[in-house]
Ligand binder design. Structure first.
Ligand code: A2P
Length: 314
C-alpha cells in the first residue's frame, strides 16, 4: 500500500488500461475487480473510459465492491490545460467512469495542445508552455481538489525540472508522478528526486508495452519479456517473466500498473504481489538498466514547434 499525506492508501498494484480495446476492457475490469484488484488506471485519451465506467458501476451495483474501496486514477488530456478547461474535462471523465470523484487526477503530459486536438499532426496543433504555463494548469487541478472532484492530484511524464517548478509554485504539492519505468529504464535519478520531495512514483509500461501501435515503436527495440536474466530468475522461482518484472517494481516501493485484457494474465499479474525478490536478484536486475525508453515522446516534436525532446524529459 502507498500512503498519501492525508493517510489515504492506494494499492501499489493497479490495472493499466492504455491500449485496452473498448470491446475487451469492460470484461477485463470486471474480472480484475473480482480477482481482487482495487486500483484501476485510466485516461480519456485511451478512449475506453465509458466501458470502464460500466464495469465499475456494475461491480458496485452488484455489491462486489463499494466505491470507497476502489482507487480510480484518471488524467487531464493536453487539450484542456487552460485553468478554466480543467474542471469540465474532469467532469466528462467522471460522467464516463460513472463515479462522482476520482482518487487521483494527473496532468497527463507537460505538453499543451489546442482544444479538441487529440494527437498533434503539426506544430500548428500545439501551444507552448510560455502561453499556458503548467502553473496555470495546476491551479485548475487544485480547484478540482477544493471542489471534492478528486482526492489527490499529481502529474505524469514529468521530469525533475517540470516537477520542481510545480512543487515550488503550488499550494497543493503534486503527490505522485507516473512515468515509464522497467528494468531497461530504471529512472534511478528521478525516483531519488521524487523520494526526496515526498512525491510517489508510479511505473507505467512495466512489461515493455509491446502492444503499442507500430507508429510508437522503434527499430531494434529490446524485448523485456524475453530478457535472459528475467527468464532465469523466473525459472528459479517457478514464476513467469511478467511476474518478475512486476515484483521488481513493487520491491522498489513504487506502484505499478501492468495492462492486460486477458483473464489468465490479469490473474497472473495480480499474483506477482506474492513474490519478494531477494538482494541478489535485485542486483542482477539493476544491472539490466539500458537507460532506454520505449515511449520516446518524439511525437510531440515538430520542426518549428514549441517542444524539444530534451525539454520534455528535463
Ligand atoms: P494482453 O493484454 O493480451 O495480456 P504494459 O503493461 O507494459 O503496457 O504491457 C502490456 C502488454 O503486455 C500487452 O501486450 C499485454 O497483453 C501484455 N501482457 C500483460 N500481462 C502479461 C503477462 N503476464 N505475460 C505476458 N504478456 C503480458
Amino acid at each position: 500500500m502507498i500512503k498519501f499525506r492525508n493517510k489515504d492508501t492506494m494499492p501499489a498494484m493497479g490495472l493499466g488500461t492504455w491500449k485496452s480495446e473498448k470491446s475487451l476492457v469492460y470484461k477485463a475490469v470486471k474480472t480484475a475487480i473480482e480477482i481482487g484488484y482495487r486500483h484501476i488506471d485510466c485516461a480519456p485519451i485511451y478512449g475506453n473510459e465509458k466501458e470502464i465506467g460500466q464495469a465499475i458501476s456494475e461491480c458496485i451495483n452488484e455489491g462486489i465492491i463499494e466505491r470507497k474501496d476502489l482507487w480510480v486514477t484518471s488524467k487531464l488530456w493536453n487539450d484542456s490545460h487552460r485553468e478554466e478547461d480543467v474542471i469540465p474535462a474532469l467532469e466528462q471523465t467522471l460522467e464516463d467512469l460513472e463515479i462522482d470523484y476520482l482518487d487521483l487526477f494527473l496532468i497527463h503530459w507537460p505538453i499543451s495542445l489546442k482544444k479538441d486536438v487529440y494527437l498533434a499532426k503539426s506544430a500548428d496543433d500545439m501551444i507552448s508552455l510560455d502561453e499556458i504555463p503548467l502553473e496555470e494548469t495546476w491551479k485548475g487541478m487544485e480547484s478540482a481538489v477544493n471542489k471534492n472532484l478528486t482526492k489527490h492530484i499529481g502529474v505524469s511524464n514529468f521530469g525533475k525540472s517540470n516537477l520542481s517548478k510545480l512543487i515550488k509554485s503550488s499550494k497543493i504539492k503534486p503527490e505522485l508522478n507516473q512515468v515509464e519505468c522497467h528494468p531497461y529504464f530504471q529512472q534511478n535519478q528521478l525516483l531519488e528526486f521524487c523520494r526526496e520531495e515526498g512525491v510517489h512514483f508510479m511505473a507505467y509500461a512495466p512489461l515493455g508495452s509491446s502492444d503499442r501501435p507500430e507508429s510508437l515503436k522503434n527499430e531494434d527495440e529490446p524485448s523485456l519479456l524475453e530478457d535472459e536474466v528475467i527468464h532465469s530468475i523466473a525459472k528459479s522461482r517457478n514464476a513467469t517473466p511478467a511476474q518478475i518484472l512486476i515484483a521488481w517494481s513493487l520491491s522498489r516501493s513504487t506502484s505499478v500498473i501492468p495492462k492486460s485484457t486477458n483473464e489468465k494474465r490479469i490473474k497472473e499479474n495480480f499474483m506477482a504481489q506474492q513474490i519478494e525478490l531477494d538482494k541478489k536478484e535485485m542486483e542482477m536486475i539493476s544491472e539490466l538498466d539500458k537507460g532506454r525508453r520505449y515511449l520516446l515522446g518524439d511525437f510531440w516534436v515538430f520542426e518549428n514547434g514549441p517542444y524539444k525532446l530534451k525539454d520534455i524529459w528535463a
